[in-house]
Design a protein around this ligand. Structure first.
Ligand code: HEM
Length: 445
């Protein structure tokens, strides 16, 4: 049985689930590559090795379903690709995956580049003025890209206030998911508690938004984007209510999974660039040399490689998906440790990406770790910002292209500076946010 804190630490651990989830993971890995935390009547097994990550996520993935946090989020986002299991997941993944092939994503490079340039122009208008809230700006960008690339919809202008609405809705959803997680779902969901009421309003908001998108698409049904594919497949469903629910769940899931993660990657990347002027200078030089004054194009991804390294290193230190929760369906042995049926298992990219066994001087921000000529020998599962195995992120290429293009264009033209008085503290919700936002002032480069 893996070691862990003594029984009397349980109340403190449960509190830490609410107030300091990163601290909790960090405490767990102090026990070594496997730890067992007592969470009330349940045990949470935390693993911190590439071997365990590979076993749980890939080699024996069939023995695991999604676990704490995501199970609670399912009440809001439904059975979309992120939370569904078994046959439903397989069918839906087969339906959605073709929209994310490398060829398709490449074809969308122009759209992403246009959005990146528009963002740089918006920010340039703020030179010499007060700070902008970087996560907010990045969320606007990623929602715009998501709408135009996958849904063939102008999400932001089609529905006024949609960004704030989606932001508030997902916040309420995440708050409630975390609340249910730490109370082990023991508080009845029909109780009219403030969080519960906010959650219900959020769910209604998302449902209305998605229903409007579906109704609009049903009027021009011939597209080949994800939304059109979903609407067509729902129409083929014998029970219309099932079809409607399926399309709603997938859309809400894509809206959530497709924008927060990339926005988080960008916000943390800009934070690190601000803290490491030498890295920012090198990135700027690369962007100017490769792009000159033009927008990026698909082929540039092979040429702006240092920018790619910066994104990779930002996702190492601040992986947007900071924890991958699973639940064991049957008894298993993970990296030599017994895991009983029904156990909650956590693989945390946040701690794994800082494990000194794989990352020398792990707290140091050093994009050269990902240089093509960097010393090899790191196991593949020591770095899992996009997960691994069958549940690997469908949007990894789109998210990466977005982050690389935006950083290159911003660094070429502008310099964003954080406020000296503000530390950037990670806030682990379903994605890794910056607590209280990240205000930065904008300057010409
Ligand atoms: C830098 C940006 C991104 C990061 C770091 C990221 C990370 C991840 C991770 C770690 C998972 C696996 C979760 C698990 O195994 O429990 C995942 C799954 C997923 N991601 Fe992403 N993601 C990003 C961008 C995107 C984008 C742009 C989209 C869609 C437009 C997307 C859609 C999804 C979906 C639908 C899943 C569920 C896949 C499945 O279970 O079959 N992601 N993502």
């Amino acid at each position: 049985m893996p070691p862990g804190p003594p029984l009397h630490a349980t109340p403190r651990l449960l509190r830490a689930l609410v107030t300091d989830r990163i601290g909790l993971m960090t405490e767990a890995v102090r026990y070594g590559e496997a730890a067992r935390l007592r969470m009330g009547p349940k045990h949470l097994y935390v693993f911190d090795s590439a071997e365990a990550a590979k076993h749980v996520l890939a080699d024996n993935a069939a023995n695991y379903v999604k676990g704490i946090g995501l199970v609670q989020a399912r009440r809001a986002i439904g059975d979309g690709l992120l939370t569904s299991e078994g046959e439903l997941w397989r069918t839906q993944r087969a339906l959605i995956r073709p929209a994310f092939t490398a060829r398709r994503i490449t074809a969308q490079a122009d759209v992403v580049a246009k959005e990146a340039v528009a963002l740089a122009e918006r920010l340039a208008a703020r030179v010499g003025q007060g700070p902008v809230d970087v996560p907010d700006e990045m969320t606007g960008l990623t929602l715009g890209v998501l709408g135009r690339t996958l849904l063939d919809t102008d999400l932001l202008t089609a529905t006024p206030g949609v960004q704030a609405g989606i932001g508030r809705a997902f916040e309420a959803v995440q708050d409630q998911a975390m609340f249910e997680m730490v109370t082990l779902s023991a508080v009845p969901t029909w109780l009219p508690l403030p969080g519960q009421l906010r959650f219900r309003r959020a769910r209604r908001h998302l449902e209305r938004l998605v229903a409007a998108m579906v109704a609009e698409r049903a009027r021009r049904p011939d597209g080949d984007d994800v939304l059109s594919r979903l609407v067509a497949s729902a129409a083929a469903e014998p029970d219309p209510a099932v079809g409607r629910r399926r399309v709603r769940d997938e859309l809400v899931t894509l809206l959530l999974a497709g924008h927060e993660t990339t926005a988080s990657t960008l916000s943390w990347s800009l934070h690190h660039l601000d803290r490491h002027p030498g890295v920012a200078e090198r990135l700027r030089a690369e962007a100017r040399e490769v792009l000159g004054g033009r927008p990026p194009e698909a082929g540039d991804l092979r040429r702006i490689t240092y920018t790619g390294q910066v994104v990779a290193e930002a996702m190492r230190l601040h992986p947007p998906v900071w924890m991958l929760p699973r639940q064991a369906l049957a008894d298993d042995v993970v990296a030599g440790w017994d895991v009983p049926r029904g156990a909650d298992v956590a693989i945390s990219p946040y701690t794994l990406h800082r494990n000194p066994a794989y990352w020398p001087d792990p707290e140091r921000f050093d994009p050269d770790r990902f240089a093509p000529d960097a010393p090899g020998g790191r196991p593949r599962y020591a770095y899992i910002p996009f997960g691994g195995g069958p549940r690997f992120c469908v949007g990894s290429q789109l998210g990466t292209m977005e982050a690389v293009f935006v950083l290159a264009v911003l660094a070429r033209d502008l310099r964003l500076r954080g406020l000296p008085s503000r530390a950037a503290v990670p806030e682990p919700m379903l994605s890794l946010r910056v607590r209280g936002g990240l205000p930065m002032t904008v300057h010409r480069a």
